[in-house]
Design a protein around this ligand. Structure first.
Ligand SMILES: [Zn+2]
Length: 333
């Protein structure tokens, strides 16, 4: 592969708190374009903006992962860009990183422009990196911390962070232990008159992303699959006695402009199922009396012990008592 090298930050130059590089390039069909970003200090905050005349995957990897076969790489960030994307990533350890524009699925050459800004001694909480009103964001941060805290009352997991970023698209992403919530989602949801509806859709979207993160942590092989994440979100909302949130989301999806979506998808390869299909799936899962019975095989090994104990006393028909008791017995040994 061809690598374009960019010295984004020169080591030791404490005065150079912020540096930006811009480049224009093309990436052939079935190929990757790699930009090397050298001398990135630990804690630096990297803001990546890309504009492309079509669709590609974009990922940020370290040196070791760049050499691995693409399917086995672990990246600091991975996301789909259609047209435009802006993301922010915090660099965990000093070193060289590679920004990959992955057009291996693409049928045509793509032209793109890239703008990467690095800030040392990062203050990723400041307004310029994340966008949005700091007061609102701090309230959102608190709410997301509470969301993670509530999840932890049910489940055992390593880490779960929520970050807000300006992405150029109303979406949410996940990478490793972090869910990245695009602030544009807020403006999309603001357009809905019904605030309760907007809240339901937001919670479903968060559960979907949490599904990617937790299923990866738990070693579930299909953690990256979009339908699996939707089914996880539906199952958890049923488990938490909030199935109405999933139903509202299904209604929102089915109302979406299908024709517009089809037009967009015919132009660009897209791995996400159509909204109408997602709506149909969610409604099907909600009606499926086996949903939680199926998912408990995945969930039970990661449930808090006191939740399992409560399950042994519950009369809910989906609970697989022998499974729960086996798990409890294993823990008391
Ligand atoms: Zn997803």
């Amino acid at each position: 592969m061809m690598i374009i090298a960019v010295a984004l930050m020169t080591s030791g130059s404490l005065l150079a708190r912020e540096q930006t590089v811009s480049l224009k390039a093309t990436v052939d069909a079935r190929k990757e374009h790699v930009t090397r970003l050298s001398n990135l200090p630990a804690g630096a905050f990297l803001s990546v903006g890309i504009e492309i005349d079509g669709r590609a995957e974009i990922l940020l990897v370290d040196e070791d992962n760049l050499r691995l076969p693409p399917a086995t790489r672990t990246s600091l960030f991975t996301g789909e860009v259609i047209g435009k994307l802006q993301v922010g990533v915090k660099i965990p350890a000093s070193g060289v990183y590679y920004l990959v524009v992955d057009n291996r699925q693409g049928g045509a050459q793509r032209r793109f422009s890239l703008k990467v800004t690095g800030r040392s001694g990062a203050t990723p909480g400041d307004k310029t990196t994340d966008g949005g009103d700091p007061a609102i964001r701090s309230r959102m941060d608190q709410q997301m911390a509470k969301f993670a805290h509530n999840l932890r009352r049910y489940f055992v997991f390593d880490d779960l962070q929520f970050r807000f970023a300006r992405c150029g698209t109303a979406n949410a992403f996940s990478r490793d232990d972090t869910v990245i919530i695009c602030v544009e989602i807020a403006s999309l949801l603001k357009e809905l008159d019904d605030k309760a509806e907007a809240g339901d859709i937001f919670v479903f979207a968060m559960m979907h992303e949490v599904g990617h993160v937790l299923l990866q942590q738990w070693g579930y092989p299909f953690h990256g699959n979009e339908e699996v994440a939707d089914e996880f979100a539906t199952a958890l909302l049923v488990l938490f006695d909030q199935p109405a949130r999933a139903r509202t989301t299904a209604e929102f999806f089915s109302k979406g402009s299908t024709r517009k979506e089809l037009e967009r998808k015919s132009k660009h390869f897209d791995r996400h199922p159509l909204s109408v299909q997602r709506a149909r799936n969610i409604l099907k899962w909600l009606d499926d009396s086996e949903l939680l019975r199926r998912w408990q095989k995945v969930l039970v090994p990661h449930m808090q012990t006191r939740v399992l104990q409560a399950m042994t006393l519950s009369k809910k028909p989906w609970i697989d008592l022998p499974l729960v008791e086996r798990e409890l017995a294993m823990r008391s040994e």
